[in-house]
Design a protein around this ligand. Structure first.
Ligand SMILES: *[C@@H]1O[C@H](CO)[C@@H](O)[C@H](O)[C@H]1NC(C)=O
Ligand SMILES: *[C@@H]1O[C@H](CO)[C@@H](O)[C@H](O)[C@H]1NC(C)=O
Ligand SMILES: *[C@@H]1O[C@H](CO)[C@@H](O)[C@H](O)[C@H]1NC(C)=O
Ligand SMILES: *[C@@H]1O[C@H](CO)[C@@H](O)[C@H](O)[C@H]1NC(C)=O
Ligand SMILES: *[C@@H]1O[C@H](CO)[C@@H](O)[C@H](O)[C@H]1NC(C)=O
Ligand SMILES: *[C@@H]1O[C@H](CO)[C@@H](O)[C@H](O)[C@H]1NC(C)=O
Length: 479
């Protein structure tokens, strides 16, 4: 405790946690007209979260009284730089009530496990409807019948759904038994994953995830020489098989990108030449993509890597998923509207309360597209690692981890229900600037509809990421 000023440390903790106390006390009083904050309950909460030594517990009473008096939902919104979807009309009181609901959910869930931690964040004042709108996976999206199954794409003879024989060629085919799989895979560390995007309030998870799957196979195909963010705005504005910021499907997006849908132009531009503009949630319907500007092209490709939610035989889906992700980053789907995902901070998710999917509702349950980038079998809780598109100020620098075992046949949140990815064989046609090695920028922040805004916003977001990183470090140091 000596290396950092106790009061600045406390301030950071209070800023992070006190809104819980504030809104909790407010809702306990059941008095929406007062913003009186109970300092005692704030200190109790800090204590409960293990933030305080006994000396600090005493000081807390003094420190907190100064800080909490100023904290209201507006402060919270400023602290997290919260923006609302285009056209949002909720009042400050309604936002405060939503914040209270989020805080109550976190206060109930966090004590239940040490496997993961939740915290208030930039989504804590969003309503369920706003969360759903932001997610944006088309209900019922599933890889089509015409696509070959993941396990058999490179070996037509191996059509059995069990993984008994190991006839796959290790350089071109997937491993066919658990023992063939590496202990861990991390495509981000390998250099096949671009920086974390922030979709803002546009329901374009499907576009970001399809682009990310293309980015992955492009990097792998080019021996990691070409790692470039691709234009998900192109999918939003140009892919008439999907619905822009309303919703879309991973599968249809990859059909568009790989040239097998009617409106395809056979490839995708780079994000640099066709940047994201729809952060606020309103779809730009004018398409600017043209064949000469494409960064990658794929001729007449199919989507050979797919698992769908039908019976896959005796092999557990977790093993199928590992076989898929051992080959390349894959686009998957989940249910993401619950508090556990919304407020995820860190750790391995071993519960999916409010986001569970099972056989009875799997096709309507999946509402968010994300990129599976790896797994780790040797960790204390073996997990899958997944890249989200909610900025680097969400989760573990934009990523999250989910336990491999548990949650039923489709896994926690339904993450094992489906996977799609483009076939190897992408041509890089228009190489632009290389992806920065370390880039924590939140793509959408600062986008105002013009492509020139990206450079001006980057220093702000970098500063913000740094202060958030500092906060996270202090958080852990205190814990
Ligand atoms: C809070 O107030 C509302 C509206 O007056 C009422 O319906 C509700 O039962 C109250 N809740 C508690 C916990 O007192
Ligand atoms: C095609 O796209 C590229 C890259 O965005 C752009 O530089 C070029 O002006 C576009 N050409 C036409 C005809 O729109
Ligand atoms: C990639 O380029 C090569 C050589 O120009 C061409 O033969 C091949 O068809 C292209 N493949 C794709 C997928 O566009
Ligand atoms: C799906 O079904 C499970 C089990 O019945 C339930 O717990 C879950 O809430 C349902 N999910 C959705 C999104 O309806
Ligand atoms: C997997 O987990 C082990 C144990 O926690 C760790 O040492 C290792 O670095 C992890 N591997 C990857 C690829 O993250
Ligand atoms: C907050 O977001 C706005 C746009 O949404 C952006 O212009 C500003 O730079 C952000 N501030 C910080 C500190 O990140």
């Amino acid at each position: 405790m000596s290396s950092v000023s106790a009061s600045s440390l406390l301030l950071l903790c209070l800023l992070h946690v006190l809104p819980i106390a504030e809104v909790l006390s407010q809702s306990n009083n059941n008095d929406t007209t007062t913003t009186t904050i109970e300092v005692e309950s704030a200190c109790e909460l800090l204590d409960q979260y293990g933030f305080l030594t006994s000396q600090e517990e005493i000081n807390c009473q003094d420190e907190a009284s100064n800080i909490v008096e100023q904290l209201e939902v507006e402060e919270f919104e400023l602290f997290h730089n919260i923006t609302y979807p285009d056209g949002a009309t909720l009042t400050a009181e309604e936002r405060q009530a939503q914040l209270a609901a989020s805080a109550r959910a976190i206060a109930e869930l966090n004590p239940m496990t040490i496997d993961f931690q939740l915290s208030l964040n930039k989504y804590s004042t969003l309503t369920i409807e706003e969360r759903k709108q932001r997610n944006g996976l088309k209900l019922g999206d599933t890889p089509g019948q015409d696509e070959q199954d993941l396990l058999h794409q490179t070996n037509a003879a191996s059509t059995a759904t069990t993984a008994s024989s190991s006839t796959g060629d290790s350089t071109t085919g997937p491993p066919t038994a658990t023992t063939d799989l590496p202990d861990s895979v991390d495509w981000e560390a390998n250099g096949a994953v671009t920086y974390v995007k922030d979709q803002g309030h546009c329901g374009c998870c499907w576009a970001i995830t399809a682009a990310a799957a293309m980015e992955g196979i492009t990097a792998i195909d080019t021996n990691y020489q070409y790692l470039q963010s691709l234009s998900f705005q192109q999918f939003i504005s140009c892919d008439s098989g999907n619905d822009g910021c309303s919703d879309g499907s991973n599968t249809a997006a990859l059909q568009y990108a790989t040239g097998s849908s009617a409106n395809s132009i056979g490839g995708v531009e780079a994000d640099d030449t066709y940047p994201y503009t729809d952060f606020g949630g309103t779809t730009t319907t004018t398409c600017h993509a043209n064949a000469t500007g494409l960064a990658v092209t794929v001729a007449g490709s199919v989507l050979p890597i797919s698992i769908d939610n039908t019976n896959q035989g005796d092999t557990p889906r977790a093993v199928l998923m590992k076989q898929a992700v051992a080959k390349q980053p894959v686009a998957i789907a989940m249910n993401a509207q619950c508090d556990i995902i919304t407020h995820y901070h860190s750790g391995v998710l071993t519960m999916d309360t409010g986001c569970a999917c099972d056989e009875s509702n799997i096709s309507s349950c999946l509402d968010h597209a994300i990129l599976m980038v790896g797994y780790n079998d040797t960790a204390p809780i073996p997990y899958f690692r997944i890249k989200n598109s909610w900025g680097t100020d969400w989760g573990e620098a934009g990523y999250f981890r989910v336990a491999q075992q548990g949650g039923g046949p489709f896994g926690f949140f339904g993450i094992l229900a489906q996977a799609v990815a483009p076939k190897s064989g992408i041509n890089v046609t228009n190489q632009v600037l290389p992806e920065p090695a370390v880039d924590a920028a939140d793509e959408g922040l600062g986008s105002d509809g013009s492509s020139s805004s990206s450079s001006s916003s980057s220093s702000g977001t970098t500063r913000r990421s740094m202060s958030l990183a500092a906060l996270a470090i202090l958080w852990w140091w205190v814990l």
